[in-house]
Design a binder for this molecule. Sequence first.
Ligand code: 0X9
Ligand code: ZN
Length: 272
Amino acid sequence: MERTMISTGGNTKRVVYFQGGIHAREWVSPATVMYMTNQLLENNGEGFLDEFDFFIVPSLNVDGYEHSWTSDRMWRKTRSTRAGYVCVGVDPNRNYEYKWNELNWLLFRAEGSGSSGNACSDTFRGPSFHSEPEVEGTTRFLKDLKEEGRDIACFIDFHSYSQLWLSPYSYRKLYAENSDTQVGAAKEACAALEGVHGTAYTYGPSAITLYAADGCSVDWGYAELGAPYSYVVELRDTGEYGFVLPENQLLATGEETYAGLKALLNSIKNNS
Ligand code: 0X9
Ligand code: ZN
């Protein structure tokens, strides 16, 4: 797994972290994260480097991504194998520690709340939280930054598809304590995004806007890591091509998402 840092040095600036490719088949995600990384590098951080250090993981689920190129275009999960499991892989976006399998324990059942205990399910949560090295490695790195005293401003996990900019909570239909602030910044991001090519986005708290799912990155970023702005973004499209978005839409997706990111960061800057 590769990680990029964009910084002018020192270790006092607030941290902006984003990742792509947690789900293998969502190919527009790593492409968009790479596009935005390149834009930041070519444009000297767009004036954000006095305020923020960027940490970027463009392709979190690298083994799954490769599998989606070579064997199964619709592969979603990691490629981990375990003795006693018939099926391969864990859904890394059900594998985060925060509220992992929480509701299921309470309700005394194996299913429910948007993650599965069945290893053959596409939403298999794994045998334990952070069982997947991709999740363990990226969360450990961010926790270490926090323990070094860094202020984590923002965490974003880019997916596809549905054109949504979602904030916590994901595990239940609950509002985050600072939901108005997070949704307000998402609204500005979506307005800027739409301004580029007219692509319409919906924004709001994750479970309320979409569906409940526990062990998701967006809840971990907010509630465990402590980023006051945490999002899961579903990129293009709304279902016409779905995961198999044509190549000729990648650049436009990068351009509009980058405009959204910049608006979000300006909103974060102005709110503190
Ligand atoms: O289910 C997911 O992990 C995400 N959707 S995807 O189609 N990319 O797999 C959405 C996660 C957002 N969280 C909730 N909706 N609760
Ligand atoms: Zn996804």
